[in-house]
Ligand binder design. Structure first.
Ligand SMILES: Nc1nc2c(c(=O)[nH]1)N[C@H]1C(S)=C(S)[C@@H](COP(=O)(O)O)O[C@H]1N2
Ligand SMILES: [Mo]
Length: 332
């Protein structure tokens, strides 16, 4: 299949391998979820939590990517994962077109292998990594994160990868490195959307160093037990769950450490609409619409109602302190 190092079968730790700490955390997540009104299975007890976590089914379309369950704080949620079909057919990946269905339809020619990632700029050990080596750099973990798009919809996706901080430690950033840039692929032969000039290509995003080093910041190689489909950013993409989806660049080819704040594709094309930080914030409206609520993809039935968007997309207890003292209306 795509990458030869992948074995078949999706490994979850058995109950006896779960540490007391992660048991505590899951229990706490469960309590939060109950407090939030998730009543139905309440009486089934928290052992049910385990069963639910394992209900994520491998779609069986791409190579399996084995992973252990993450014990990073915030890496689990009681919310039901979005169906793979929705997560892989309702996408934003403008290099393949602006319609949500374009990436799944038009990303078939894109080649996620062979692939190399340049890590450069203000680091002691710049390096060029083959994707196979990056995959092995740290243990692959499963993390179920909410994704909130700035357009007002959200999903819950079981990602696979490891903290970007693992890679950052390897390359030893210099003291002068304050930001990290992510440059993504721009291949006119396989990406039909590049002919539209709505954004400057390649798509560039960036994080402040402390954000990039935060344990929740995930370098993602897979989802739903398998390597990423092209339309979701194969062979690797970023995932910062407390920020609007556009911060999480897909199909990354270059990671650069800089002193200056990144001039990102979105801040260049629409500086009054998209800020550098782009933290999910129900209290700060987009200039053209409210950010107070969201529609969960897959919940389109008669009784589906919009959900309230949470501060930092629900990750406030993990990341809030990164922004202590900052005016979040000014730094949106
Ligand atoms: N290279 C690239 N990365 C990108 C985008 C894009 O157009 N190009 N869209 C972003 C936006 S707006 C969102 S909401 C997420 C969507 O990720 P998903 O399709 O895997 O759900 O990817 C982000 N990463
Ligand atoms: Mo988005």
């Amino acid at each position: 299949m795509l990458i030869k190092t992948h074995r078949d079968g999706f490994i979850h730790p058995v109950a006896s391998e779960i540490t007391p700490q992660s048991v505590y955390r899951e229990r706490r997540d469960m309590l939060r979820w109950l407090a939030g009104g998730g009543a139905g299975v309440a009486l089934a007890g928290w052992a049910q939590r385990d069963a639910r976590a394992q209900m994520v089914q491998r779609p069986g379309k791409l190579a399996a990517l084995p992973a252990v369950r993450s014990n990073v704080d915030g890496a689990a949620t009681m919310e039901k994962s979005t169906d793979y079909k929705d997560a892989s057919t309702y996408n934003n990946f403008y290099e393949f077109g602006t319609d949500k269905s374009d990436p799944a339809r038009l990303a078939g020619k894109f080649q996620p292998t062979p692939w190399t990632v340049e890590v450069e700029g203000l680091v002691r050990k710049p390096a060029r990594y083959a994707i196979e080596d990056l995959l092995k750099l740290s243990a692959q973990e499963e993390r179920i994160y909410r994704l909130r798009c700035v357009e007002g919809w959200s999903m819950v996706i079981p990602w696979i990868g490891y903290s970007l901080s693992k890679l950052i430690e390897r390359v030893e950033p210099l003291g002068s490195a304050k930001y990290v840039e992510f440059h993504t692929a721009a291949d006119p032969k396989t990406m039909p959307g590049l002919s539209a000039s709505m954004l400057e290509w390649p798509y560039v995003e960036g994080l402040r160093m402390d954000e990039a080093r935060h344990p929740l910041t995930l370098l993602a190689f897979g989802m739903y037990g398998e390597v990423l489909p092209n339309q979701n950013g194969a062979p690797l993409r970023l995932m910062t769950p407390w920020k609007y989806g556009f911060k999480s660049g897909k199909s990354i080819v270059r990671i650069r450490f800089t002193e200056k704040e990144t001039r990102t594709s979105w801040t260049r094309s629409a500086p009054t609409e998209y800020g550098f930080f782009a933290n999910v914030n129900p209290n700060v409206d987009h200039p053209r619409w409210s950010q107070a609520t969201e529609r969960r993809i897959g919940e389109d039935g008669l009784f589906a109602k919009r959900r309230k968007t949470l501060m930092f997309n629900g990750y406030e207890s993990q990341v809030g302190q990164l922004y202590a003292g900052m005016d979040l209306r000014k730094f949106y």
